[in-house]
Design a protein around this ligand. Structure first.
Ligand SMILES: [Zn+2]
Length: 109
């Protein structure tokens, strides 16, 4: 998969790939990485998260160490277009928490 621009990832729903309009609210789901996983080379950039339980690869934003997101304990950010997509992603992440390599836990804001 070709790597998209970070601006594109910030304005595209990671779950359904829908473009989020400029006047539309962008929802964000923050996840914590598993202890011992080093994402520092992705900071301020995007990375692919392959879900362990479903055949889906998502683009996630990795905030920098100085960012507010990181201060709130969010290591991985997912952009979402709607609550519906958020619920579906949360369900997938719940499964991934148990089986996946990267995601540790998550919360919707
Ligand atoms: Zn969506």
């Amino acid at each position: 998969m070709k790597k998209p621009k970070i601006e594109t990832v910030c304005s595209t729903c990671c779950w359904c790939d829908k473009r989020i309009g400029e006047n539309q609210e962008v929802l964000c789901l923050g996840s914590k990485k598993r202890p011992g996983i080093d994402l520092s080379k992705y900071e301020g950039d995007i990375m692919q998260v392959t879900m362990a339980t479903i055949d889906k690869t998502l683009w996630a934003i990795i905030p920098t160490a100085e960012s507010d997101a990181r201060k709130e304990g969010k290591d991985i950010l997912f952009t979402l277009c709607s609550d519906e997509c958020g619920i579906e992603l949360k369900e997938a992440l719940n499964q991934d928490e148990k089986l996946g390599d990267i995601i540790f836990n998550h919360k919707l804001n």
